[in-house]
Design a protein around this ligand. Sequence first.
Ligand SMILES: Nc1ncnc2c1ncn2[C@@H]1O[C@H](COP(=O)(O)OP(=O)(O)O)[C@@H](O)[C@H]1O
Ligand SMILES: [Mg+2]
Length: 208
Amino acid sequence: MNGKFITFEGGDGVGKTTQVALLADALKSMGLTVKTTREPGGDVVGEKIRNLLKSCKPSDMDPLCEALLMFAARRDHFVKTIKPLIDKGYFVISDRFYDSSLVYQGVLKKISFEDIMTLKKITIGDFEPDLTIVLDVAPSVSIERLSMRKLILDEYDLMKKNEHDLIRKGFQKTAEIFSFRSVVVKAAGSEQKVFSRIMKIVQERIFR
Ligand SMILES: Nc1ncnc2c1ncn2[C@@H]1O[C@H](COP(=O)(O)OP(=O)(O)O)[C@@H](O)[C@H]1O
Ligand SMILES: [Mg+2]
């Protein structure tokens, strides 16, 4: 089977990291070679840019500077990790990809859709995921999950509920725009319940 690229999107606390791990285990148990990865991050340079982004207060960073750093990391991630592994036949599963830039640097930080898509084009060209799972849940649920995850929340976690609403709507919109590769999955319910919804979509879209 050819390599595939599956991305998970959605606001903080929707369950992306949890579901990436569950999907990776399921695919591995089917005998597939799987690599899980995340954005911002990936290889050496991408992880250094991630640390730089995490070490700055978002309010201290100019939005375009932030978008450029995100796409610099994404370029490194694409060239060093995603593309070579897909070419080798891997199932690469990424916790976030460029839809996150359209929502966080676009919708939230007001960089235009066109400008984000220009950066996308320059850095990764026409490349697209084979499947994007957009996890969607009421902000009250994701905020509750976040508060249980850790005691120290960073600035992104502390965004107010209205920002969680904006983020949720932003991802619903990217799913609509990129409907050829995106499926919105209800992320309420237990981890296993959400996972069974995801696995059904992966069966239909990837293994049909
Ligand atoms: N379906 C679920 N029901 C209850 N708790 C969940 C569920 N999925 C994830 N969690 C928990 O909620 C927190 C956030 O999940 P996580 O996977 O880290 O979300 P994200 O990566 O989208 O921020 C974690 O503590 C995780 O264990
Ligand atoms: Mg996560």
